[in-house]
Design a protein around this ligand. Structure first.
Ligand SMILES: Cc1ncc(C[n+]2csc(CCOP(=O)(O)OP(=O)(O)O)c2C)c(N)n1
Length: 400
């Protein structure tokens, strides 16, 4: 059972963190909660143990109210993790990237619905997340598919220091008209962290990046020598790998996946394992992340590298970082299929035929594989599946 908190308990915790800061004990960027105690206590009355709580850069109150013990939370804050609070056991997840969480929340909710679970997802966002389209995509998706997810917009009329009106002109505070959205209003107790005089970490002793967030071990796939002698074409190997992944229960996500079978490669996959998504690449990638948290094996399909750029937050900040930033608590075994129309009759002009393989290798730490032969293709997909970690596999039209 979670401990219940009164307004003053929450304030006392935050005051204690304030004292740590004044004594130069906080090594890293942090944001105080404050001013919304009553509203949050009220919302948390409907949140059950086992529900997912998804928070953001300002997560201390959410974490306490969802049952993370104060001493554990304090320890994490002291170790530079104020903006990155996770608890796998309690289904607590956060991202300090504005707009990064709504699609992930929708993906978790999709998985919970598929499993007929009675758990729900509660995604807390500030009014700055209302500034970007990622929230819109997720709300529309959650509403359309009746997913068990509520977005709680915590409107303090500030993004860092700028008011809604200063950001948006007279449209200011936006009204959603969605059954999945709750919005409450509050006045912040503390200024935003970056205001001069509020955050001066120059005196604090700092550890290295690696000490705060130990890097993940490099993945070496087994050699799979059994595939070496096979005489199989590149395209047949892709079809065969998809059929095998389908038999193993993978879920294929993207557009032209159910309609068109991802250029014919998913013909042997049962329809229930193909999710036709809107043309919203960040949303579909977030869906894959969220589903993976609930044990699904998502295979994300991008029919051209050019379109990957729209999903860069999900790929570079989330699929790639979640395991490391959560100290291994959350894993993201998402396989990304990235087709490039690099030559021949498929060439379709400068924004439809780019090859970002090298750029992707710079961006992410997980394997970016570029198989050359049919047997390489089989090895790549098998290795990716067995690794339990993310992988991106390039598919070249020139090798089809
Ligand atoms: C994509 C992205 N852009 C910019 C930032 C920098 N940033 C950190 S907090 C913040 C404002 C957040 O405001 P809001 O979501 O309303 O939450 P509040 O801090 O008011 O609780 C910004 C712009 C970020 N973290 N992510």
């Amino acid at each position: 059972m979670r401990k219940t908190y009164k307004k003053n308990d929450l304030i006392s915790f935050e005051n204690k963190i304030g004292d740590l800061y004044i004594n130069n004990k906080l090594p890293f960027l942090f944001h105080f909660s404050g001013g919304n105690e009553e509203q949050l206590i009220d919302v948390f009355r409907d949140i059950k143990d086992g529900d997912y709580v998804i928070s953001n850069h300002r997560s201390h109150y959410h974490a306490l109210l969802h049952g993370i013990p104060p001493n554990e939370l304090e320890d994490r804050i002291l170790n530079g993790r104020s903006m990155f609070i996770y608890d796998r056991q309690r289904n607590f997840f956060s991202s300090s990237i504005i707009g990064g969480t709504p699609a992930i929340a929708a993906g978790i909710a999709w998985a919970l619905k598929k499993k007929c679970s009675n758990k729900k997802v509660w995604c807390f966002v500030g009014d700055a997340t209302e500034d970007n389209g990622h929230l819109f995509e997720a709300i529309r998706y959650v509403d359309g598919w009746d997913l068990p997810c509520t977005f709680v917009i915590e409107n303090n009329n500030r993004s860092v220091e700028a008011t809604n009106q200063e950001r948006w002109g007279k449209t200011g505070d936006y009204q959603w008209g969605s059954r999945s959205v709750i919005k409450y209003y509050y006045k912040i107790t503390y200024p935003h962290a970056r205001k001069p005089g509020v955050l001066d970490l120059s005196k604090a002793i700092k550890k290295t990046d690696e000490e705060y967030f130990p890097p993940l071990k490099i993945i070496d796939y087994p050699k799979f020598e059994e595939f070496d002698s096979l005489d199989i074409s590149y395209k047949d190997a892709i079809n065969q790998s998809m059929t095998k992944l389908g038999e193993e229960g993978a879920i294929f996500i993207g557009y032209n996946v159910a309609k068109g079978d991802a250029m014919g490669t998913l013909k042997n996959v049962p329809p229930a394992q193909k999710i036709e998504t809107p043309v919203a690449e960040n949303l579909m990638s977030g869906l894959a992340i969220g589903m993976s948290f609930e044990g699904f094996l998502p295979v994300l399909f991008f029919e051209r590298h050019d379109f990957l750029l729209v999903a860069m937050d999900a790929i570079g900040n989330h699929i790639d970082k979640i395991e490391r930033i959560s100290h291994g608590e959350y894993k993201v075994p998402v396989i990304i299929r990235a087709v490039t129309a690099d030559a021949g009759p498929f060439y379709s002009g400068p924004t439809h035929s780019q090859d970002f393989t090298n750029m992707l290798r710079e961006l992410v730490s997980f394997p970016v594989l570029d198989p050359v032969t049919g047997s390489d293709v089989l090895k790549s997909f098998k290795g990716a599946k067995e690794s339990g970690r993310p992988a991106l596999i390039v598919e070249r039209k020139s090798r089809y």
